[in-house]
Design a protein around this ligand. Structure first.
Ligand code: ZN
Length: 251
């Protein structure tokens, strides 16, 4: 079975010098951004986890050192076959990699990715492709209130209440991500094929279910395919028919 990981990271803002207030160029970063927490869930799990700076002893001595959080994230991504997030190809994965190389961990083993923002952009035209909007629009629920910048600032000051808000927010983000992913999934014709990762499988290449229902035969110029629809995720797949007598010699 392929290992499928949902995740979302939260970063601290840069702390920087500027000369003024309005549309400023940064003169110098005093402290550059780092990862304050991330939330994740394995596909087969019921529970969503949050890993944050204050989970580790290091936080008491060096509250801006994200080494332990980043190492935990590295281990998860290294274990995953498919990694799923919202805007994760452009943001979360690259932010994570930036911290991996900073801490000199080296690259994780290869995984395939699914970015729900890319699916939303490619196959639909919603008013907004933000996760919170998609969740509400599709009737799946919204995001937790973040409390705005105060929550981030509170976490960086070590306030217990701010951390609690942050963790609740981070957890809800992944729960919503899973729901949005499942709704958009059958439309994603370029979804990674699980049967390539697990070649012994004869199940739905998109979700792994064996509840495939026949949906007629499709013929191309050279080949015939049995089409199936998965009764769990509603995506389609096809199987090449091996009836060689029906195959023309000249194509
Ligand atoms: Zn399926």
């Amino acid at each position: 079975m392929p290992k499928v990981l949902f995740f979302d990271i939260e970063t601290a803002p840069n702390l920087s010098y500027v000369w003024g207030q309005w549309q400023q160029d940064v003169i110098e970063h005093v402290t550059e951004w780092y990862i304050i927490c991330f939330s994740y869930k394995w596909e087969h799990e019921k529970k969503t986890h949050v890993v944050s700076l204050d989970d580790f002893d290091l936080y008491n001595e060096d509250p801006e050192n994200d080494f332990d959080v980043v190492y935990k994230l590295w281990q998860l991504l290294d274990e995953a076959d498919i990694v799923i997030g919202h805007n994760s190809d452009a943001f979360d994965i690259k932010k994570a990699n930036a911290r991996f190389v900073y801490h000199n961990f080296g690259p994780t083993t290869h995984y395939q990715t699914v970015d729900t923002l890319k699916i939303a952009r490619k196959y639909f035209k919603f008013n907004s492709n933000r996760l919170g909007h998609l969740g509400e629009h599709l009737g799946l629920g919204g995001k937790e209130v973040t409390g705005g910048f105060q929550t981030w600032a509170g976490c960086m000051k070590g306030e217990t209440k701010a951390w609690a808000t942050m963790k609740k927010y981070a957890k809800q983000d992944v729960d919503l991500l899973v729901d949005v992913y499942e709704r958009l999934r059958p439309w994603a014709t370029n979804h990674p094929n699980r049967n390539v990762i697990d070649s012994t499988s004869r199940s739905c290449p998109t979700c792994g279910s064996d509840k495939l229902q026949k949906r007629g035969v499709r013929r191309t110029r050279t080949m015939s395919y049995q089409t199936y629809q998965c009764q769990r995720c509603r995506s389609y797949c096809r199987e090449r028919l091996t009836n060689t007598s029906a195959r023309p010699d000249f194509v």
